[in-house]
Design a protein around this ligand. Structure first.
Ligand code: NDP
Ligand code: 8X3
Length: 253
């Protein structure tokens, strides 16, 4: 029997890691990607317990040549990718537009938007040729609403939402499902990256509420991809119960 293969970007932590594990539990063989090779090896050990094969690819999604070369190294038996989870991404900084840094802006546009495109460009042609496949793009509540100082991160996630809708239209003739997943507050390494390693500031984001976990999102992704092939959960917003909008969050003092 042919391998069922899922390709997960940003699998070294948070939502990507949990999604790789959840898809392995569904019997998918996993291609796990990210920049931190040691974390990929840890993930490989964890997933191997599920009795599936794991292949790791180490590249920066900002570099189109590196993306292409990494995906071109896949052996023939790993090329029929059934599920692509475009998850790699982060916020960098939380600053008003007048003082935001070019470096942060470039990182968010290059990783969250262009990186998603570079990976998709390498994988979609195979799905089109086979007239089958499922793409899951991880957007955000920040792709549905804008919040103060979220400016460029929100713009990058609005772009992910637009690309998700555009992919669904262009891939419609080929029976390829495109699913947008839009989480609210999920406690991962996200805020640590946004606040450049400031642990106190990062923890304060989730203090006084019960945030979502990476596993909450992964379970939903696993549910969505395992619907029958005529069903697409096109647009999924997942919030912690304490969150009503990007800016309205009930916190206990
Ligand atoms: P984490 O910081 O825990 O994970 C981010 C992942 O993205 C890591 O595996 C990281 O891997 C990878 N990544 C970042 N930059 C690059 C790069 N240049 N090249 C390759 N991989 C990269 O955060 P989350 O799990 O929370 O974030 C995952 C996705 O979920 C992101 O798209 C984020 O925007 C989105 N999201 C998160 C929410 C939250 O509240 N946490 C809410 C809504 C959406 P490595 O560093 O090893 O390269
Ligand atoms: C991550 C959630 O609200 O910090 O996309 O932007 S938020």
């Amino acid at each position: 029997m042919e391998k069922k293969i899922a390709f997960v970007t940003g699998a070294t932590s948070g939502i990507g890691w949990a999604t790789a594990v959840a898809l392995a539990q569904l019997g998918y063989h996993i291609i796990a990607t990210g920049r931190r090779q040691l974390k990929l090896q840890d993930l490989q050990k964890e997933i191997s317990k599920e009795g599936v094969d794991v292949l790791t690819l180490n590249f920066d999604v900002r570099d189109p040549q590196a993306v292409k070369e990494a995906i071109n190294t896949l052996p023939d038996s790993w090329r029929k990718i059934e599920i692509l989870v475009n998850n790699a991404g982060n916020a960098h900084g939380l600053d008003p537009i007048q003082t935001g840094s070019l470096e942060d802006w470039d990182a968010m546009v290059d990783i969250n938007v262009k990186g998603l495109l570079y990976v998709s460009k390498e994988i979609i042609p195979g799905m089109v040729a086979r007239s089958s496949g499922t793409i899951v793009n991880i957007g955000s509540i920040a792709g549905k609403e804008v919040y103060p100082m979220g400016n460029v991160y929100c713009a990058s996630k609005h772009a992910v939402d637009a690309l998700t809708k555009g992919m669904r239209m262009d891939l419609n003739p080929y029976g390829i499902r495109v699913i947008g997943v839009h989480p609210g507050l999920v406690e991962t390494e996200f805020s640590l990256v946004r606040f450049k390693g400031d642990e106190d500031r990062s923890k304060s984001v989730y203090k006084g509420l019960q945030p979502l976990t990476a596993e909450d999102i992964a379970e939903t992704i696993a549910f969505a991809v395992s619907r029958p092939s005529h069903v697409v959960l096109a647009d999924i917003m997942i919030l912690p119960t304490a969150q009503a909008s990007a800016t309205l969050v009930k916190k206990n003092s």
